[in-house]
Design a protein around this ligand. Structure first.
Ligand code: SF4
Length: 512
């Protein structure tokens, strides 16, 4: 997570320089600067696609990571960042931490090159140098916060150079709430480009295209590699095949994605991508084939959208449901759970937990409420599960404290707070979302990891007893000290008074 506020080298008129601006604070000023710099249309589009609320922005990593990751995972695609050095450092670090095997391009700037427009010329020059059709199908350029706020016009770059497509996008933290939605910003921009190519004439067939002549179901959302195969087996009795997964791994897969008979919005936050599919005349179906109810409902919706006869839809359901039922019964989950995450798959995981027998009380997601998760929300609400969209860390923590679960699943700070409270906890991103979820495989694999974590309660109690007896302390005094730090509440009270005084002074100056 990169929460640094580097506006180094940017003149005050380009981006305000007061402390505390960047990722969270100062977003209004960044937005105003972007507006004044001609990015009003981009900001309006982002605000419509990714509505905020109930609070401004969920606490998660720099949103631009989502776009960067989508670009880095594509073959023959160069991904270039335009932003402050500290943001680029953090994003590059995170990319390689998550195993990116490609370089992250960067066009640096200083105050002069930013405000004189030279940065845009530097980006254009770098793009021309990179545009080698022997190496690349596409070059993706991503404006981070400062260049977006300063109006660096990536959209004015040529649409292609030497046959290499050029895609410029703005992904500011003050306009895109989560890294999940930032994946959609790039996926949507690529689908838009690919759709214009399809409309202009014949395009390349995808490599090793496996539709086998059957109508396909395009799968929207990153998922475990086995899931599309499992979905393919479920679709087979309906005469359908699993199609391309979006975000794609190669440019030409965008064409097969657009060619799908139906689009399954397995992850429900791909608003810009859905717009492109709908513009291409493709019906979009929400939810996912998880658990028994989820699978039956999903197969029905997909079958209807693809014009499949009811007896074939029933045949598909009848073939897979006994196996799912068997897996759920063989690996039940017993225990009270709260869950939260920012990947967008939280509601479908929640359904699987409930069908596995878990006493799930709360599911929080950093993503917004959309039509494509509505069936999941209704199903969970009918079973007494509290669903919180755009959940903040505070809401996730409050749910954990209220429901006192046997297992808390969530983000890093939530897991830390749970463990401090002697509650077994699992990271949603690394341990839950990165495993098969669909069909019988999903039921079995989820139960294995949950049940082993549920069994850890005694270990937590023992550890707490051990460290408690060892006198290692808590909070600011945690650790082994020669001189244990002394609490200084009078210093903190003094600072608080001074800060309040300063705030009042600033407020009264603004009112004058
Ligand atoms: S690009 Fe914006 S949101 Fe991302 S780390 Fe930099 S200042 Fe924060």
């Amino acid at each position: 997570m990169n929460r640094s506020e580097d506006t180094d080298g940017v003149r005050p008129e380009a981006v305000p320089q007061e402390d505390g601006q960047g990722c969270h604070a100062g977003a209004e000023q960044m937005r105003a600067a972007a507006q004044a710099a001609g990015k009003g249309g981009v900001l309006a589009r982002l605000a419509a696609d990714y509505p905020k609320g109930p609070h401004d922005q969920p606490q998660s990593m720099c949103p631009a990571f989502g776009s960067l990751r989508v670009g880095l995972r594509m073959r023959r695609t160069a991904t270039v960042l335009s932003g402050s050095a500290c943001c680029v450092y953090g994003l590059t670090f995170t990319s390689h931490f998550y195993g990116a095997r490609r370089s992250v391009g960067y066009v640096p700037f200083n105050s002069e090159s930013l405000v004189t427009g030279k940065l845009f010329e530097d980006i254009r020059e770098a793009t021309y140098k990179l545009a080698d059709p022997a190496q690349y199908d596409a070059i993706v350029l991503i404006n981070l916060c400062v260049p977006t706020a300063s109006g660096v016009p990536l959209q004015l770059l040529p649409k292609q150079i030497n046959g290499v497509r050029v895609i410029g996008i703005d992904v500011p933290g003050f306009g895109v709430p989560t890294h999940a939605e930032a994946k959609d910003v790039l996926a949507g921009a690529m689908l838009h480009y690919a759709r214009s190519e399809v409309m202009a004439g014949p395009v390349q067939a995808p490599r090793g295209w496996s539709g086998g002549g059957k109508p396909t179901v395009t799968l929207l959302g990153e998922m475990f590699p086995a899931d599309p195969m499992i979905i393919g087996a479920m679709l087979e009795p309906m005469g359908l095949a699993a199609g391309t997964v979006v975000p794609t791994r190669e440019w030409r897969e965008l064409y097969s994605a657009l060619d799908g008979a139906v689009v399954a919005a397995i992850h429900p936050f791909y608003t810009a991508s859905v717009r492109e599919f709908e513009a291409a005349g493709r019906p979009v179906v929400g939810s996912a084939p998880v658990g028994v109810d989820g699978t039956v409902g999903w197969l029905q919706a997909i079958g209807e959208a693809a014009g499949v006869a009811q007896d074939r839809i029933d045949a598909a359901a009848n073939r897979i449901v006994p196996a799912i039922r068997g897996a759920l019964a063989a690996t039940p989950i017993k225990g009270r759970i709260t869950m939260s995450g920012y990947e967008g798959s939280e509601l479908i995981v929640a359904r699987l937990l409930v069908e596995s027998g878990a006493d799930l009380r709360y599911v929080g997601t950093a993503c917004p409420r959309t039509p494509w998760s509505e069936a999941d929300r209704e199903w969970l609400a009918a079973r007494g599960v509290q669903v919180q969209y755009r959940a903040s860390l505070e809401q996730d923590l409050a749910a954990m404290r209220e429901f006192q679960p046997d297992l808390a699943i969530g983000t890093t700070p939530l897991v830390q707070a749970a463990k401090e409270s002697r509650i077994p906890a699992l990271y949603f991103t690394n341990l839950i979302s990165a495993r098969p979820l669909m069909g019988p495989a999903g039921a079995g694999s989820l139960a294995a990891v949950i049940n082993s974590a549920l069994g850890n309660r005694d270990r937590f109690l023992q550890m707490d007893e051990f460290f408690g007896a060892s006198g290692v302390g808590t909070g600011d005094r945690a650790g082994v000290w020669e001189d244990t730090p002394k609490e200084r509440p009078e210093f903190r009270a003094n600072f608080r008074r001074q800060v309040i005084k300063l705030q009042r002074k600033l407020q009264s100056e603004q009112m004058v």
